[in-house]
Design a protein around this ligand. Structure first.
Ligand code: ZN
Length: 73
């Protein structure tokens, strides 16, 4: 009787056997989704760090814009 595990992504039963090449995932897609979640997580963390930097930048930009606009007057 084959052993079955639940796919970490969708919870579908995956038969644990050499033919199930994506185990413990049920398919390549579920494996990629799981990897994608990791990437999203990393992206989200770096994004929040970026926006902290971006906030400081955003404070600089308006004064730079004013400096650009004034000579053109
Ligand atoms: Zn799955």
């Amino acid at each position: 009787m084959p052993m079955a595990v639940a796919c970490p992504t969708c919870g579908k039963q995956v038969i644990w056997e050499p033919d199930s090449r994506w185990r413990p995932f049920c398919s390549k897609r579920c494996k990629l989704i799981d990897l994608g979640d990791w990437l999203d997580e990393t992206h989200r963390i770096s994004e929040s760090l970026d926006s902290a930097d971006g906030g400081a930048d955003a404070e600089h930009w308006p004064s730079l814009d004013e400096g650009d606009v004034e000579p053109r007057h």
